[in-house]
Write a protein that binds this ligand. Structure first.
Ligand code: NAD
Length: 429
């Protein structure tokens, strides 16, 4: 690392709400702190490859619809690329590029031997039948058969996809290579090579890094209140595991709205409710529906966990945030334009590439188990994942102290430094 201690705030940009711009603006600040040479900068800044495919799918009404899908491999310097596949009507290439780069930095922060990638298909899975989604998933897998592979590029679930889609992907890929290939994808169902502890891994990592941050800030979990945005895989597990640590979850939300209970929400009850209501909280009576769901972000709580979508914390609402600590379960929930405001207010942020890396860590364990042909116990998974999360947190925290920079930039510095050093050793370009 270059011995500079100068920290320059990323300049607010008009287009900072584009996640790719947000990612690049932090990347630029971190590379400046590292004093990265132009050659390495140029190698790291752009994705290795971007694949756009058009997938014809016979819909249930007999008509063929063509879906656009992407896979962006950002970087493979540390190892085969790793990253989820998102099914959503708002997927766009810049978003996938940002998410792919975040995967590179995330894997480097937690020191696992993967590069970064991400995939997405523009579709609305909530309006499609299981058969249509299966045909779409198999079509996408076939289109990507030369990209995916246990030693090349290993997909996983993201928003709109889960174990079911990963099972279809594994099956379709296995057919193309003529052999069962469980290590081609992670996040599979437990019965077909999935790992114990994977479902809750991201939320657990959010809890572990929140506890580590609270310790640094002298916050007692039992005296801490929290708001969690998003009540899907990450948000509901983070809320549950934080509440088990004594944190009072006063507010939760999903697409149906935000729900507030001054005395704390019973998270097990809320999870049970959403499980029998198509995964949604509509009509949940254990808390009061707020007039404006966005008020969750600026509510009177000590800890804020955005665990839904990108760019929810912006220059427009950052001034009003009351929380002392933000732990980012989602990828890219804070636009770069909000960074200077948050830093000015002295709020500690455990950034996405650190806080939500428990998911990819246990995905890595799943891949290792598939290759070993040996299943680990849940205790082994949890103990190893918690250790990795705590070590990564301490490394990022120490870097933020050393350079007097916010945790977010420190995480980029740790990640980019590791990838850049590996690039120097590998060379040969
Ligand atoms: P999910 O589909 O299981 O859940 C998303 C939740 O967010 C749902 O409850 C949905 O209703 C809610 N939501 C959507 N838009 C919202 C809005 N505008 N306001 C409030 N709530 C909203 O998805 P997930 O797997 O929990 O992923 C959430 C985020 O975490 C994404 O950014 C994803 O990339 C990131 N992430 C997920 C994992 C993982 O292992 N699942 C790992 C790392 C990062």
């Amino acid at each position: 690392m270059a011995a500079t201690t100068v920290y320059k705030e990323p300049a607010p940009r008009v287009d900072a709400e584009n996640p790719l711009e947000s990612m690049m603006s932090r990347f630029n600040v971190a590379t400046e702190i590292l004093g990265l040479d132009d050659e390495t900068y140029n190698v790291l800044k752009a994705p290795d490859k971007q694949i756009i495919v058009h997938i014809p799918v016979t819909m249930d009404n007999g008509k063929v619809r063509v879906f656009e899908g992407y896979r962006v491999v950002h970087n493979t310097i540390l190892g085969p690329s790793k990253g989820g596949i998102r099914y959503d009507k708002n997927v766009h290439l810049d978003e996938v590029k940002a998410l792919a780069a975040w995967m590179t930095w995330k894997c480097a922060v937690v020191d696992i031997p993967y590069g970064g990638a991400k995939g997405g298909i523009i579709c609305d899975p909530t309006t499609m039948s299981a058969g249509e989604i299966e045909r779409l998933t198999r079509g996408y897998t076939l289109a990507m058969k030369d990209v995916f592979g246990p030693d090349r590029d290993i997909p996983a679930p993201d928003m709109g996809t889960g174990p079911r889609e990963m099972a279809w992907l594994m099956d379709e890929f296995s057919k193309t290579v003529g052999a069962t290939s469980p290590a081609v994808v992670t996040g599979k169902p437990l019965v077909m090579g999935g790992s114990l502890g994977r479902t809750e891994a991201t939320g657990r990592g959010v809890m572990v890094s929140a506890l580590a941050a609270m310790k640094k800030l002298g916050m007692d979990p039992k005296q801490t209140s929290a708001a969690v945005q998003g009540f899907g895989n990450v948000g509901s597990w983070a809320a549950k595991l934080l509440s088990e640590q004594g944190v009072k979850i006063k507010c939760i939300s999903d697409v149906s709205g935000a729900y507030w209970n001054e005395n704390g929400i019973n998270i097990d009850e809320a999870v049970a409710y959403k499980n029998v209501h198509k995964g949604r909280l509509d009509g949940y009576t254990g808390a009061t529906l707020m007039d404006n769901a966005d008020d969750l972000l600026t509510s009177e709580v000590d800890l804020l966990v955005p665990a839904a979508v990108e760019d929810v914390i912006t220059e427009h609402n950052a001034h009003d945030i009351k929380a002392k600590l933000i732990v980012e379960g989602a990828n890219g929930p804070t636009a770069a334009s909000a960074d200077p405001i948050i830093n000015e207010k002295g709020i500690m942020v455990v950034p996405d590439i650190l806080a939500n890396s428990g998911g990819v860590t246990v995905s890595y364990f799943e891949w290792v188990q598939n290759r070993q042909g040996f299943k680990w116990s849940e205790d082994m998974v949890t103990e190893r994942a918690d250790r990795i999360m705590n070590e990564a947190f301490e490394k990022v925290y120490a870097t933020s102290q050393k350079y007097n920079i916010p945790m977010r930039i420190a995480a980029y510095v740790v990640a980019i430094d590791k990838v850049a050093q590996t690039y120097k050793f590998r060379g040969g370009f």
